[in-house]
Ligand binder design. Structure first.
Ligand code: NAD
Ligand code: DAO
Ligand code: ZN
Length: 369
């Protein structure tokens, strides 16, 4: 079938909105009509050409919501008409990783997803006979896309697409890092580095679980007001701190953070996030994706003396199980998504979403179809 998509033909070039061809879903796949998609930094990172795993030409996008319009003959858990969120981290519930219960990094389709193709090794997308790569297994910058059943979360029927699409990445990444990865407990002191689309969700996750101090660190003072609305109790602008930031934060939190979260993707800040943690038990979670080849460092004695360094992908969430619950939290008013969606636009204006992101003017732009 013909579908409308924003195609990344080459690194560093704007997306081109055009008609492409989509093959029908195979036995264990579903065809989804995408109704809305967020535009995330990871899309921009890949489009920039800095992502060593970036493949072109491709249909980017990994933060979507839509409706199942057709299911393959082996599909059991989904039916036509279901509202769904595509998952760039699938949940097969059968692989060694899923069964371990120790990680959300299902490996069932990892190798083909990384090569920009479906599990049978081929792409469903093409343009005039030329193959187009899938992206993160989701390719939500198209009004229709095909996904494996194991990479689709069924959500409730009254969830608004233009809001819950953000649960497909940013919301789940931030809140999940708090509840699944760090397991922050009530009364904990938390420091969040970077108050963007991820950090603000870490903040609302920390508030949800009853954290005591929620310290936000950002060089942009304009982030303060929204962060306070989401639960930040103290704001620190590193550019206004006299002397080193780490001892300042240790002092502010009366001994160090019980939990810190790096939501920027800067290896120097990752070190500060670890070292501002409480001696003996502080846990620092890396969420930000640093540029290819970058390395982290600290003195080993930081770990010897009890600080713990962790990382979190998609908030440690098992998508098919956990995403519907986060949608419920939004529908029940337990979490705020509306205030984070600062811009909405049609697919034809998707390059504007990247411009707004690069200028730091948006938290999240959502494309509606
Ligand atoms: P963003 O640009 O919206 O937010 C980053 C914030 O960091 C901004 O407010 C900026 O002012 C601030 N900042 C930049 N440099 C700083 C510095 N030196 N000190 C203090 N603050 C600084 O980005 P985002 O959408 O929130 O994404 C954050 C990171 O998370 C990115 O690296 C992204 O790729 C990554 N990410 C990771 C996952 C995952 O599963 N691990 C998922 C999605 C995104
Ligand atoms: O299992 O090796 C694997 C794949 C893990 C992918 C996790 C990606 C999370 C970070 C990228 C940011 C997503 C928007
Ligand atoms: Zn699995």
């Amino acid at each position: 079938m013909d579908v409308k998509a924003a195609v990344a033909f080459a690194a560093g070039k704007p997306l081109e909105v055009t008609t492409v061809q989509l093959q029908p879903p195979q036995a264990e796949e579903v065809l989804i009509e995408i109704k809305a998609t967020g535009v995330c930094h990871t899309d921009a990172y890949t489009l920039s050409g800095k992502d060593p795993e970036g493949l072109f030409p491709a249909i980017l996008g990994h933060e979507g919501a839509g409706v199942v319009v057709e299911v393959g003959k082996e599909v059991k858990s989904l039916k036509k008409g279901d509202r769904v969120i595509p998952l760039y981290t699938p949940e097969c519930r059968q692989c060694e990783y899923c069964l371990s219960r120790k990680t959300n990094l299902c490996q069932a389709i990892r190798s083909t997803q990384g090569r920009g193709v479906m599990p049978d090794g081929t792409s469903r997308f093409s343009i005039d006979g030329q193959m187009l790569h899938h992206y993160m297994g989701t390719s939500t910058f198209a009004n229709y896309t095909v996904l494996p059943e194991i990479a689709v979360a069924k959500i409730r029927d009254d969830a608004p697409f233009d809001k819950v699409c953000y649960i497909g990445c940013g919301v789940t990444t931030g809140i999940g890092a708090v509840i699944h990865t760090a397991k922050v407990e009530p009364g904990a002191n938390v420091v969040v580095f970077g108050l963007g689309g991820i950090g603000l969700n870490v903040i609302q996750g920390a508030r949800m679980v009853g954290a005591n101090m929620i310290v936000g660190v950002d060089i942009n003072p304009n982030k303060r007001e929204l962060a306070e609305k989401f639960g930040m109790t103290h704001f620190v602008n590193p550019q206004e701190v006299e002397g080193d930031l780490v001892p300042y934060l240790v002092d502010l939190t009366k001994g160090g953070a019980d939990y810190s979260f790096e939501c920027i993707g800067n290896v120097n800040i990752m070190r500060q996030a670890l070292e501002c943690c409480h001696k003996g038990w502080g846990v620092s979670v890396i969420i930000g994706v640093a540029e290819a080849g970058a390395e982290i460092s600290t003195r080993p004695f930081q770990l010897v003396t009890g600080r713990v360094w962790k990382g979190s992908a998609f908030g440690g969430a098992r998508g098919r199980t956990d995403v519907p619950q986060i949608v419920d939290w939004y529908m029940e008013g337990k979490i705020n998504i509306d205030d984070l969606i600062t811009h909405t636009m049609p697919l034809e204006q998707i390059n504007n979403a990247f411009d707004l992101m690069h200028k730091g003017e948006s938290i999240r732009s959502v494309v509606t179809f």
